[in-house]
Design a protein around this ligand. Structure first.
Ligand code: HEM
Length: 527
C-alpha cells in the first residue's frame, strides 16, 4: 500500500500551498520529524513546535459574563424626530438628526451566566449590545432583553453574579445560593418576577426586546440635558419558551438561537427592531414614587411614552466567529457627542468594568481590531505601543510628536461642538447611602398583576420548583418578599412550599431596607 501521508501535494493540484506563519512551505503536515520512523522526535522541529504552541494559545479568557453570544451586522436608520418634534430639540447626536440617515451597526446577542459553549435555552437574561459606527466615532448601547436589573449599585455586581454562577465547590448553579443572595436583596424582586416568568426564556434572539436598562442623558445644541431610556422592539414579535419547550430544544441543540439568527439572515429574512426612547427632564422628579436613576424600575409608559426614533435591520452574519464575535468589545462609556451618562450608580461601575476587562480579555490594543475600530470616524491618538500594536493611530504631520501640546506639529485638541457645561449643578456631602426612594415592591406587584393567568401559574411553578431546593430560612424570607409584592404571589408560592403568612409574620424588614409608607402598610397586613 502506498503511504500518502508524507508525499506532499501531487502535480496538477492547483490549490494554494500550506505554509507556516513565516511563509515557509509545509511539505509534510502528517508526520513530526523523528530519528527513524519510530522516533524519538527532535526538538528543532520548528514547524511542529510552532503549530502546537500556537494551538496552545488559541483561547482567550471568555467574558466573565455574557460568554455565549453571537454577532451580526446591519444598519440603523433614523426617523429624524422624537414623536412629533424634531429630535434636535433633545439631542444633537448626528446619527439621529436626518430622516433616512443610515449608520452601520454590529449587534451581539448573548446569554449571561453560562460559559462560552453553554445552552442558549437557559433561563437567563439575554444581552442585546449594539455598536453604532457613527461619523463621530463609535456609540455602544449595551442592553438586556429585560427592562430592569437585579441591583441598583455597581458595588453589588460581583456578588449577584457570584450567586448566579455555579457553586465554587460543586460547580452547579445552586438555587440555594441564588435565593440566599436574592432574599437579602429586596430590590431584585422586580427582576425576579420578570426572569422567572415565561419572558425568562426567550424563544430565540430575533423574537426578543432590548432595553438600555440604565438611564442615560441626551444633550441638545444649547447644552440642555434630558434623562432617557432606550427600548428595542422586534418587528418579528416577542416569543418565549416554557421550561418544557426549552428542555426539548436544548436536548438537540445548545446553540439554537445563534443558528436561528444566522439561518434567517442566510434566507434573506432580515430581522428588524424599532428603537424607542422615553424621555424626562433632567431632575430628581420628587413627584414619582421611584428614582429615575434606579435601574430596578421602569418608567410608566402612560406618563413617559416610548417614542420611536429609528429602526435597525440585521442583514449580514460574521465570517469569523473569533475575530468578530469573541473579540468584539462593547462598553457603556462609548458615547458620542449629544449622548451622555446619568448619575445612575450602575453606570459608573459598568463604564469602568467593560474597558478594564477588555484590556485583560482581548488585550490593551483591543480598539485596533477591525470589529472594534471607529471605522467611520478618523482615529488619531498619541497612544502608542503595547502588546500586539499593529499600527500607529493616525499621527499628525510630524511623526516625532506623540505628545500634546507642541509648537512643532502633532495633534491639537478638538473644539467643543457647542459648550462644555451642561445639565444641572450637583452638590452634596461625600457619603455611602442608598437612594431614598427604594420602593422595591410596587412595580414588581404591578408586573405580576399585569400578567395573564398562565404566566402567573408559570412564575409560581418556577419559584416553587427552585425554592424547594433552598433551605427553610431562605424560603421563608422569599415568601415574605413575595407577600410584600402581591398577596396572591406570596400565598401561592408559600402554599407550594408549605409556608403560610403566619410563618413569616415575625420576620423584620431587612436592615438594608427603607420602606415607603405604602410598603409599611403592606407589612402591617402581613401579620
Ligand atoms: C458584558 C460588567 C450590568 C449588559 C459585561 C462584561 C462585564 C460586565 C465585565 C464582560 C465584557 C467583556 O468581556 O467584553 C457589568 C457590570 C455591571 C453590569 C459591572 C453592573 C454594575 C449590566 C447591565 C446590563 C448589562 C445592567 C444590561 C443593561 C451587558 C451585555 C454584555 C455585558 C449585553 C455583553 C456584551 C457583549 O456582547 O460583548 N458586563 N455589567 N450589564 N453586559 Fe454587563
Amino acid at each position: 500500500m502506498t503511504d500518502v501521508s508524507s508525499m506532499g501535494s501531487q502535480p496538477g493540484d492547483e490549490r494554494p500551498t500550506l505554509t507556516n506563519r513565516q511563509g515557509h512551505p509545509v511539505y509534510d503536515n502528517q508526520n513530526q520529524r523523528t530519528i527513524g520512523a519510530r522516533g524519538p522526535a527532535t526538538l528543532e522541529n520548528y514547524q511542529f513546535l510552532e503549530k502546537i504552541s500556537h494551538f496552545d494559545r488559541e483561547r482567550i479568557p471568555e467574558r466573565v459574563v455574557h460568554a455565549r453570544g453571537t454577532t451580526a451586522y446591519g444598519f440603523f436608520e433614523a426617523y429624524g424626530k422624537l414623536g412629533d418634534e424634531p429630535i434636535s430639540r433633545f439631542t444633537r447626536a448626528k446619527l439621529f438628526q436626518e430622516a433616512g440617515k443610515r449608520t452601520d451597526v454590529a449587534v451581539r446577542f448573548s446569554t449571561v451566566i453560562g460559559g462560552r459553549d453553554s445552552s442558549e435555552a437557559a433561563r437567563d437574561p439575554r444581552g442585546f449590545a449594539v455598536k453604532f459606527y457613527t461619523e463621530d466615532g463609535n456609540w455602544d448601547l449595551v442592553g438586556n432583553n429585560l427592562a430592569v436589573f437585579f441591583i441598583r449599585d455597581a458595588i453589588k455586581f460581583p456578588d449577584v453574579i457570584h450567586a448566579l454562577k455555579p457553586d465554587p465547590v460543586t460547580f452547579r448553579q445552586e438555587p440555594n445560593r441564588i435565593f440566599d443572595f436574592m432574599s437579602q436583596t429586596p430590590e431584585c424582586m422586580h427582576m425576579l418576577v420578570n426572569l422567572f416568568s415565561p419572558r425568562g426564556i426567550p424563544a430565540d434572539y430575533r423574537h426578543m426586546q432590548g432595553f438600555g436598562v440604565n438611564t442615560y442623558k441626551w444633550v441638545n445644541a444649547e447644552g440642555v440635558t434630558h434623562l432617557v431610556k432606550y427600548h428595542w422592539m422586534p418587528k418579528q414579535g416577542v416569543r418565549s419558551m416554557t421550561v418544557a419547550d426549552a428542555a426539548a430544544v436544548q436536548a438537540k441543540e445548545l446553540g439554537h438561537a445563534t443558528k436561528d439568527l444566522r439561518d434567517s439572515i442566510d434566507r434573506g429574512e432580515f430581522p428588524e427592531w424599532e428603537l424607542l426612547v422615553q424621555i424626562m427632564s433632567d431632575d430628581e422628579h420628587p413627584e414619582l414614587d421611584f428614582d429615575p436613576l434606579d435601574d430596578t424600575k421602569v418608567w410608566p409608559e402612560n406618563e413617559f411614552p416610548a417614542l420611536p426614533v429609528g429602526r435597525m435591520v440585521l442583514n449580514r452574519s460574521v465570517q469569523n466567529n473569533f475575530a468578530e464575535n469573541e473579540q468584539i468589545s462593547f462598553g457603556t462609556g462609548v458615547l458620542v457627542d449629544g449622548l451622555d451618562f446619568s448619575d445612575d450608580k450602575m453606570l459608573v461601575g459598568r463604564t469602568f468594568s467593560y474597558s478594564d476587562t477588555q484590556r485583560y480579555r482581548v488585550g490593551p490594543n483591543y480598539l485596533q481590531l477591525p470589529v472594534n475600530q471607529a471605522k467611520n470616524a478618523k482615529v488619531r491618538t498619541n497612544q502608542r505601543d503595547g502588546q500586539m500594536t499593529y499600527y500607529v493611530d493616525g499621527e499628525g504631520e510630524n511623526p516625532h510628536v506623540n505628545y500634546e501640546p507642541s509648537i512643532t506639529g502633532g495633534l491639537r485638541e478638538a473644539q467643543y461642538p457647542t459648550r462644555d457645561e451642561q445639565g444641572p449643578v450637583v452638590s452634596g456631602r461625600l457619603t455611602r447611602k442608598r437612594i431614598p426612594r427604594t420602593n422595591d415592591y410596587t412595580q414588581a406587584g404591578q408586573r405580576y398583576a399585569l400578567m395573564e393567568q398562565w404566566e402567573r401559574d408559570d412564575l409560581v411553578l418556577n419559584f416553587v420548583t427552585l425554592l424547594s431546593q433552598a433551605e427553610r430560612p431562605i424560603q421563608e424570607r422569599m415568601v415574605w418578599h413575595f407577600l410584600m409584592v402581591d398577596d396572591d404571589l406570596g400565598l401561592r408560592v408559600g402554599e407550594g412550599l408549605g409556608i403560610g403568612p403566619e410563618d413569616v409574620a415575625h420576620l423584620e424588614p431587612l436592615a438594608t431596607q427603607n420602606l415607603s409608607e405604602e410598603e409599611l402598610g403592606r407589612l402591617s397586613n402581613l401579620g
